[in-house]
Design a protein around this ligand. Structure first.
Ligand SMILES: CC(C)(COP(=O)([O-])OP(=O)([O-])OC[C@H]1O[C@@H](n2cnc3c(N)ncnc32)[C@H](O)[C@@H]1OP(=O)([O-])[O-])[C@@H](O)C(=O)NCCC(=O)NCCSC(=O)C[C@@](C)(O)CC(=O)[O-]
Ligand SMILES: NC(=O)C1=CN([C@@H]2O[C@H](COP(=O)(O)OP(=O)(O)OC[C@H]3O[C@@H](n4cnc5c(N)ncnc54)[C@H](O)[C@@H]3O)[C@@H](O)[C@H]2O)C=CC1
Length: 416
């Protein structure tokens, strides 16, 4: 594989990496931390701030635009794999057709559900106007309520009518915004339907708000020769097909995708519970858990696609007051929420590519354990200044575990 303009970035010191980033982005200074006083305003019963490593994934070109992508993650080899994948994949094409949230108002105690539904449908425009009145600032931005529909639901105990509201939250995640609207609609809905509202809340399931990342790779980008590249492409296709028939494998395949996406979600201060719930519910939409990405050979190209609902925000929530998240958004060039979802999806595809390629070629342990070696040394008591020297000896060992790490560390200390 040819060098990229970021080749060897990982060999620089931390200060040199920051200098290179600042030079590239026009930013200045250090990366700000979250002050404890701010943290105290964010959640309850605060006693400290919990830190995670923040690293930079490089080599990303998304829709012809270069990105340096900060990722917050505790697992070794994830950022290396993202950078490695991005280097091989080249330009990743990404699109998002729409970004809407769905909220639901669940109505019970209805003596005649078809009649209640007909009355509510008659008043649909009036209900949409009430919904808009509760989200005027979002409407002014071009977003807000889009549609209302009703569906009958039942279990063995009871029958319900569910009102589904779709809502465009613009650059926010929109949970608070839509919940305010939904609660504002409860009383009018009860009056029209003569029922009782059981609850009103946004849904974290959204099968229509999808982001799609796609790549098409000539075989020669995958191996040292066209023939080796073709072989690797075939193995990757088989791995992708296998994930469709075995939920054990599909779950791990998707974990590999989320390695990348979660790193971006956390770094940008977004709600990880919401993105995880949404992604895995989408993976299970056919009634059995499926891989979120597919890889297949099309006319001597390896074609990869990842499709995922990602309710990301660049304003509102806690990210507005988190200085590190704000700095990360600066590094990304102040994207819109839609652009941020596209960036995260591209990272997910590159991450998945690297993991699957490693699995069907060298195996995961070769690359992963080299990076895990640093953690092993820390676990057995190596000081940070010792780690970079001892790690070279540890990776030369035929096997690696904490016992071996301890022996190598003792040997190093004995030589000094
Ligand atoms: C680990 C690599 C990248 C090595 O891969 P390699 O081919 O030995 O690496 P290389 O030395 O040829 O370097 C290639 C590029 O990787 C990056 N790179 C290389 N080394 C570093 C480093 N130290 N720090 C930062 N970046 C690094 C860097 O961008 C470099 O480009 P260069 O700078 O040379 O032009 C490869 O083996 C790989 O991608 N493995 C996959 C690792 C992975 O997915 N880890 C996640 C944890 S496992 C898991 O949780 C998910 C899984 C696997 O179960 C999912 C699934 O089953 O599908
Ligand atoms: N089930 C779930 O996922 C739930 C999540 N939450 C939480 O809700 C929070 C997110 O709610 P939000 O309503 O997004 O946050 P929010 O309440 O901060 O609202 C967004 C704010 O940003 C303003 N804004 C400025 N510029 C904007 C732009 N360009 N586009 C959109 N809004 C703009 C809006 O006017 C609004 O005041 C997160 O902390 C999330 O964890 C809350 C309840 C349930």
């Amino acid at each position: 594989m040819q060098d990229s303009k970021w080749s060897g970035f990982y060999k620089l010191s931390r200060a040199e990496r920051l200098a290179r980033l600042n030079q590239q982005t026009g930013l200045t200074g250090q990366v700000p931390d979250l002050p404890i006083e701010v943290a105290e305003q964010m959640v309850e019963n605060v006693i400290a701030c919990y830190s995670l490593p923040l690293g930079l994934a490089v080599n990303f070109v998304i829709n012809d635009h270069e990105y340096i992508i900060p990722m917050a993650v505790e697992e070794p080899s994830v950022i290396a794999a993202a950078s490695h994948g991005a280097k091989i994949l080249g330009n990743i094409r990404v699109s998002q057709e729409e970004k809407t949230l769905v909220g639901q108002i669940i109505i019970e105690n209805l003596p005649n559900i078809p009649q209640a539904m007909a009355k509510l449908m008659d008043q649909r425009e009036e209900l949409l106007a009430i919904a808009r009145s509760y989200s005027q600032s979002m409407v002014n931005r071009g977003g807000g309520p889009r549609d209302i529909r009703f569906e009958q639901k039942q279990n063995v105990m009871a029958q319900y009518l569910c009102c589904y509201l779709s809502f465009d939250p613009c650059d926010a995640m929109g949970a608070n915004a839509i919940n305010t609207v939904l609660e504002g609609l409860c009383q009018p809905i009860e009056e029209i339907s003569s029922g009782k509202v059981l609850m009103a809340i946004l849904s974290n399931y959204n099968e229509t708000s999808l982001t799609r990342a796609q790549v098409s790779l000539p075989f020669k980008r995958l191996g040292k020769s066209e023939a080796e590249g073709e072989h690797i492409a075939k193995q990757i296709q088989k791995a992708s097909d296998y994930a469709k028939i075995d939920p054990y494998r599909a779950t791990t395949h998707n974990k590999g995708i989320m390695n990348g996406i979660d790193g971006v979600v956390l770094a940008t201060g977004n709600d990880l519970r919401a993105t995880s719930a949404s992604a895995h519910a989408y993976a299970a939409r056919l009634g059995h858990y499926q891989p979120l990405s597919t890889w297949e050979i099309r006319e001597r190209y390896l074609y990869g696609e990842l499709e995922i609902p990602l309710p990301l925000a660049t304003v509102g929530g806690s990210l507005a007051s988190h200085p590190t998240a704000q700095w990360v958004l600066d590094v990304l060039g102040r994207p819109s929420a839609k652009e941020l979802a596209m960036i995260a999806t591209a990272v997910g595809l590159a991450q998945n590519f690297s993991a699957v390629k490693a699995l069907v070629t060298d195996g995961i342990q070769k690359g992963h354990m080299t990076m895990q070696a640093r953690n092993l040394l820390m676990q057995v008591g190596a000081k940070p200044e010792e780690v970079s020297q001892v790690v070279k000896a540890l990776v030369k060992e035929p096997r690696m575990n904490s016992q071996i790490a301890l022996e190598v560390l003792k040997r190093f200390r004995g030589q000094k």
